[in-house]
Design a binder for this molecule. Structure first.
Ligand SMILES: [Zn+2]
Ligand SMILES: [Zn+2]
Length: 247
C-alpha cells in the first residue's frame, strides 16, 4: 500500500509512530519504507483512490482472510432502530468476507461478488466517508441493497409455508429455527460452503443425516452457544477449559 502525505516532516514521524502503535484492527504492517516526494501535489482532503495496476504488471497485494463479525456490527444487528437490524450480511472495514468474494485482484468492489449489488444512498454515503468505519469496505451492504436470505424447502414433510412466509426476510431465520426443532435437516450456504444442521438431540434427524452423509458411526460436530452450555454436554479438566477461552 502506498500512502502519500503532504505535511511537515515532524508530522510524518508522528504519523508513522501512530501507525505502529494503533493500526486499524485488521492491518498487518510488514515494513515501512519512506521516500521524499518531489512535488507538492496540493492535497486538501483524505481519499483512497482506486488501485492502479499498469499494463504488463501483476497486482501484488496481500489478500485478507474472511473475518468474523465485529462487536460494532453485532450491536447494529441487535438494534431495532438501526438500518442493519437483523441483517445477517452486515459487515464493515473491521469484519466480513474478503477472500471468498474476490474474483480478481486488486481487491476493489468491481472485482468481487458484490460488483452486481449497487449500493443504496446510505451505504454509498458510508463507503465514501473517511470518518465512517465502512469507508472503502468493499462488501458493504444493507437490507435495501445487498444479498437477501432465501429458504427453499425440498421435503414435502416440512413444507407448511406460504409464499409470503418464504419471502418475508424478517421471519426466515425464525422459520428456519422452527424447522430444525421439527426435525428438518438444513443446508445453510455460508462463505466456506454448505453447513448441514439439525437438532443434535433428535435421534430421527441424526439417523437421517448419517444415512445421507453415509457416515454411520463417525462422530459429528455439535454447535454450542457458550461455555456454560458446553459444560452440560461434556466433561473436561481445568487445563482444557482454560484452553477453550483462548480460542
Ligand atoms: Zn464490523
Ligand atoms: Zn444499502
Amino acid at each position: 500500500m502506498t500512502i502519500e502525505l503532504q505535511v511537515p516532516s515532524a508530522a510524518i514521524d508522528t504519523f508513522i509512530e501512530t501507525l505502529h502503535s494503533s493500526p486499524p484492527p485488521l492491518a498487518r504492517i510488514d515494513f515501512i519504507e519512506q521516500t521524499p516526494s518531489s512535488a507538492d501535489v496540493g492535497f486538501n482532503t483524505f481519499s483512497i483512490i482506486d488501485s492502479q495496476v499498469l499494463p504488463g504488471e501483476h497486482a501484488n497485494v496481500a489478500i485478507s482472510a474472511d473475518k468474523s463479525v465485529c462487536q460494532d456490527c453485532l450491536d447494529e444487528i441487535n438494534d431495532p432502530n438501526n438500518r442493519h437490524y437483523h441483517y445477517p450480511f452486515t459487515n464493515c472495514t473491521n469484519c466480513g468476507p474478503r477472500y471468498t468474494i474476490i474474483n480478481a485482484l486488486p481487491y476493489d468492489r468491481c472485482n468481487t461478488a458484490m460488483a452486481k449489488f449497487d449500493m443504496c444512498p446510505e451505504c454509498a454515503a458510508s463507503y465514501t466517508d473517511p470518518l465512517n468505519r465502512r469507508y472503502h469496505a468493499q462488501p458493504v451492504s444493507c437490507p435495501q441493497c445487498g444479498t437477501q436470505l432465501q429458504l427453499s424447502i425440498l421435503s414435502p414433510a416440512f413444507n407448511a409455508f406460504t409464499e409470503d412466509d418464504l419471502l418475508n426476510q424478517n421471519n426466515l431465520l425464525e422459520q428456519t429455527a422452527k424447522l430444525i426443532k421439527q426435525g428438518a435437516i438444513i443446508a445453510i450456504k455460508g462463505l466456506g460452503g454448505f453447513h448441514l444442521v439439525c437438532d443434535a438431540t433428535n435421534d430421527d434427524a441424526i439417523s437421517r443425516l448419517r444415512q445421507r452423509k453415509q457416515r454411520p458411526a463417525k462422530p459429528l460436530a455439535i454447535m454450542i452457544k457458550d461455555l456454560n452450555q458446553a459444560r452440560l454436554c461434556v466433561t473436561a479438566n481445568q487445563t482444557e477449559w482454560d484452553y477453550t477461552k483462548q480460542c
